[in-house]
Design a binder for this molecule. Structure first.
Ligand code: SF4
Length: 374
C-alpha cells in the first residue's frame, strides 16, 4: 500500500543517527527531540535501548544513608538541608561495622552494588578516613561500591578511587540558568569540577537531575545538554521527579505532567545510548502506568525501596509485582544467575532473593530519602 501523501518520515529511517554517541547536541536539537510526537519519540528511544541493552533487564541498586540530615547546603528540594524544618530524623556518620553488616546482608541477598550517601557539603578529613575504610571493607566483600559525599577535590577523588570506589554520584540537578533558583551555596561550576575530578581519578560517574522544580522546557533541554557534554557520558544518569517534601521551599510547586517526565527519560536514552538511565526519586508517587512508560522510554535502573519500614515493605512488594507484571528482571541478578544457576528453580530463587532484599533488612538499615542520590 502506498504511503499517505505528506506522511512524516518513518522514524526508523533515522536509526543510524540514533545510534551515534555524540557530545555536541545543540539545544535546538534536544528541544526538537523533546517535542517529537510521543509515539515517534518512544520508538526512537526503544531502537537505541534495544541496540545497547537487554530491554527487559533493569539494574537494581541498593542505598544506605551513612550520615543523614543537617546538611549545610540549601538545595530547595532537599529535606536533609539544615536550612529547612522537615520531619527527617538526623543521624551522625554510621559506624563502619554497621555499614559492613548491611553490605553483607545486601550481598547475601543478591545485590552486586552497594551505594552509600552522606549529607555533606564535602567530606571533612576526619570523616574521610572513615569513609575510605568503609569503601575498602565493602569492596572486600566482592561488591561494587558507590558513594555520594558532596563536593570532592581531585586529591580526595584519587584517594577514594585508591580505596576501591567504583562509582561517585554528583547530580547537576537542573540547567545552568535555573540553578540559582534552587541552590545558592555551591555553584554549577563547583559541580562540574567535582565530576571532572571523579572522572580524572578513573571512577565511573553517576550524574543526573531533578524535574518538576518549576523549570521551563528549555531548562530541561539545557540540563540534558550539560549531561551529554560530559566526556565520556556518565555511566549512570538518574532522572528524578521532584518529591515535594513538607517544610522545603518547593513543597507547593506545580506538579509536572508525567508525559513531560517520560519525554525527558526517552530523550536521555537517545542522547546517552550506552548509559544506564535511572528512574529515581519520585517513583513511589508514580502510577504503575507511568513507571511502565518510563521503562518503555529506556529507563533501565532503579533504586529499590528507598524508604524502608521495620516490618513488611509495601514498596518492595509493589516493585516485585510490577516487575512480574511487566516481565522485567534485575540486571545484576541475571549476571549472577548465569554464573551460579543451571536450572529454573535456582534462577527463580535468586531473583526472588534480590527482590526481597529490602524486606529482609531491619530498621537500622533505613534509608533516608536523599534526592542527590536518587
Ligand atoms: S541535596 Fe545533598 S547537598 Fe543538597 S542539601 Fe540535600 S544532602 Fe545537602
Amino acid at each position: 500500500m502506498p504511503s499517505a501523501p505528506n506522511a512524516p518520515s518513518p522514524p526508523e529511517q533515522t536509526l543510524a543517527g540514533n545510534l551515534e554517541v555524540r557530545h555536541d547536541w545543540s539545544l535546538a536539537e534536544i528541544e526538537a527531540l523533546l517535542a517529537l510526537p510521543f509515539n515517534d519519540l518512544l520508538f526512537r528511544a526503544q531502537q537505541v535501548h534495544r541496540t545497547h541493552f537487554d530491554p527487559n533487564a533493569v539494574q537494581v541498586s541498593t542505598l544506605l544513608s551513612i550520615k543523614t540530615g543537617a546538611c549545610p547546603e540549601d538545595c530547595k528540594y532537599c529535606p536533609q538541608s539544615g536550612h529547612y524544618n522537615t520531619d527527617l530524623d538526623k543521624e551522625k556518620l554510621l559506624e563502619i561495622e554497621k555499614v559492613v553488616e548491611q553490605a553483607k546482608a545486601a550481598r547475601d541477598a543478591g545485590a552486586s552494588r552497594f551505594c552509600m550517601g552522606a549529607a555533606w557539603r564535602s567530606p571533612r578529613e576526619k570523616d574521610f578516613e572513615v569513609v575510605m575504610e568503609m569503601v575498602s571493607r565493602v569492596k572486600s566483600l566482592g561488591l561494587e561500591t558507590c558513594m555520594t559525599l558532596g563536593m570532592v577535590d581531585s586529591d580526595q577523588a584519587k584517594r577514594l578511587a585508591g580505596a576501591g570506589l567504583d562509582y561517585y554520584n554528583h547530580n547537576l540537578d537542573t540547567s545552568p540558568d535555573y540553578y540559582g533558583e534552587i541552590i545558592t551555596t555551591r555553584t554549577y561550576g563547583d559541580r562540574l569540577e567535582t565530576l571532572a575530578s571523579v572522572r580524572e581519578a578513573g571512577m565511573k560517574v553517576c550524574s543526573g537531575g531533578i524535574l518538576g522544580m518549576g523549570e521551563t522546557p528549555r531548562d530541561r533541554a539545557a540540563l540534558l545538554q550539560q549531561l551529554v557534554r560530559l566526556e565520556p557520558h556518565p555511566e549512570s544518569v538518574p532522572i528524578n521527579m521532584l518529591v515535594k517534601v513538607p517544610g522545603t521551599p518547593l513543597e507547593d510547586v506545580e506538579d509536572l505532567d508525567p508525559i513531560v517526565f517520560i519525554r525527558a527519560i526517552a530523550v536521555a536514552r537517545i542522547l546517552m545510548p550506552k548509559s544506564h538511565v535511572r528512574l529515581s526519586a519520585g517513583r513511589e508517587q508514580m502510577s504503575e502506568s507511568t513507571q511502565a512508560l518510563a521503562f518503555l522510554a529506556g529507563a533501565n535502573s532503579i533504586f529499590y525501596g528507598e524508604r524502608l519500614l521495620t516490618t513488611a515493605n509495601p514498596q518492595a512488594e509493589r516493585d516485585r509485582a510490577l516487575f512480574d507484571k511487566l516481565g522485567l528482571h534485575p540486571e545484576h541478578v541475571e549476571k549472577r544467575v548465569r554464573e551460579t544457576c543451571t536450572d529454573d528453580t535456582c534462577q527463580r530463587e535468586n531473583l526472588e532473593a534480590a527482590m526481597a532484599l529490602k524486606s529482609s533488612q531491619s530498621r537500622a538499615d533505613t534509608l533516608a530519602y536523599d534526592a542527590t542520590l536518587a
